[in-house]
Design a protein around this ligand. Structure first.
Ligand SMILES: Cc1ncc(COP(=O)(O)O)c(C=O)c1O
Length: 412
């Protein structure tokens, strides 16, 4: 270990005893992102498969609207009525749902929406169910707030699906459920029946259902079910970061039950006042850019199929075929039991950045990687070739666990 690393560890230990508050896990992927920045500064080309962000960038129409706004708009605190109305219309046209615009609250992305909901709807000590593997911020944010994440182990053999029976098997007391469909990191999509059975358990056990719908619009078969189609009491969280290709603009929204509008509006304004004004102007334009956005989704599908075919051909196991989002979550247990070091070596040796499974699953994630395939056409061939060549060259672990029966890849 270097002297710098040793003193950083010591500083961290000193900070734990010196400051009040709660330590939570960092995203390990953030460390990979810093290494990516260092490599780019050294003049290396990196194919970015670590963060879940479309490399195609925001649509030109949205960017042009934002540039115009910097000239014409005083850029005050704004909650755009036009954008809220457009979001309400989206629920009608996409899901056939009539949503009162008053139920839509704008946020600076899905992340602040999660903080708001976890704070406003649960008390210290409350228990909230999440899937494992799952998005790390659920677990970490709940912990930061003194709430407890209760993890349900999801299995590739059953397509990483959470069922009503699994939820019902969690011992009382339990106050909430976070469900994500399509899910990060697996791309698993829940069908209407699954939502119905989860909703029935939530209703019977008086649990609040929070549905993270950030990957809606990015599906490779049937469109994703909105929780509100099945459960009118669900809290829906969505964002412009993924389908709308606007991650850095920091904009999202919640749809909340009528009797929670006042409570949640108070939390949002106290915590954040309003989301970025320019982002709201740009997002309004992004809504009407379906041709370009759907072209991106068609590209992700092509990327998914290409990667799945290439990685199955070299014996990567337990490869679940994602039905949505833009990630492959792959089992590399025959090659490593330290996914972080594996990602770091892969990055150094090939210039391909990936996310270690430990972010998504503290129990089994040391044997998994997540690959984001939201890449441009010019990047996917290089990514596929580079991954296949490098993975094939890695020695097999002598004490590797034996493979489970694979669930896929199945086709859509
Ligand atoms: C499942 C899930 N929820 C929420 C977020 C946070 O997204 P946002 O950029 O809207 O804060 C992400 C980001 O990757 C995600 O994957």
């Amino acid at each position: 270990m270097t002297k710098d690393a040793t003193s950083t560890r010591q500083d961290q230990r000193a900070a734990i005893t010196r400051w009040h508050g709660t330590e939570i896990e960092n995203f390990h992927t953030a460390q990979i992102a810093r290494q990516v920045t260092d490599l780019i500064q050294q003049g290396r080309t990196v194919i970015p498969m670590h963060f879940g962000q479309p490399t195609a960038g925001t649509s030109p129409a949205a960017q042009a609207a934002a540039i115009q706004a910097t000239r014409d708009d005083p850029i005050g605190y704004v909650e755009s009525r036009a954008l809220i109305a457009r979001i309400a219309q989206h629920y009608q046209t996409t899901y056939g749902l009539s949503v009162d615009p008053a139920r839509i609250l704008l946020t600076a992305g899905a992340s602040p929406a999660l903080v708001t909901v976890f704070t406003a709807l649960f008390n210290v000590g409350d228990r909230v169910v999440v899937g494992r593997p799952g998005y790390p911020a659920y677990r970490n944010t709940l912990k930061a707030l003194g709430r407890e994440a209760v993890e349900i182990d999801l299995d590739p053999v059953t397509g990483y699906q959470m069922t009503g029976a699994m939820l019902d098997s969690i011992a009382a007391p339990v106050q909430g459920l976070v469900v994500a469909s399509p899910a990060n990191p697996t791309g698993a999509v829940l069908n209407r029946q699954a939502f119905k059975s989860l909703s029935a358990v939530c209703a019977r056990r008086q649990m609040t259902m929070i549905s993270d719908e950030i990957y809606h619009g990015i599906t490779y078969g049937e469109r994703a079910i909105c929780a509100l189609e099945v459960n009118p009491d669900a809290i829906v969280i969505n964002s412009f970061s993924k389908y709308y290709r606007m991650p850095g603009w920091r904009l999202g929204w919640m749809v909340v039950p009528t009797d929670l509008i006042a409570r949640l509006s108070a939390y949002v304004i106290n915590f954040f006042i309003t989301p970025p004004t320019i982002a709201q102007t740009a997002a309004l334009m992004a809504f009407d850019d379906h041709i370009s956005l759907d072209e991106s989704v068609a590209g992700y599908r092509h990327n998914r199929d290409q990667l799945l075919a290439a990685l199955s051909a070299i014996g990567i196991r337990e490869m679940h075929c994602p039905q949505g989002a833009f990630y492959l979550y792959i089992d590399v247990s025959h090659l490593t039991n330290d996914s972080m070091v594996f990602c770091q070596r892969l990055l150094q040796e090939t210039g391909i950045s990936t996310a270690p499974g430990i972010d998504f699953d503290p129990i089994r994630g040391h044997e998994f990687l997540r690959l984001s395939f939201a890449l441009r056409p010019d990047q996917i061939n290089q990514a596929t070739k580079g991954l296949v060549t490098w993975l094939k060259a890695q020695p097999t672990r002598s004490n590797a666990p034996s493979a489970k029966a694979p669930a896929g890849p199945s086709s859509t």
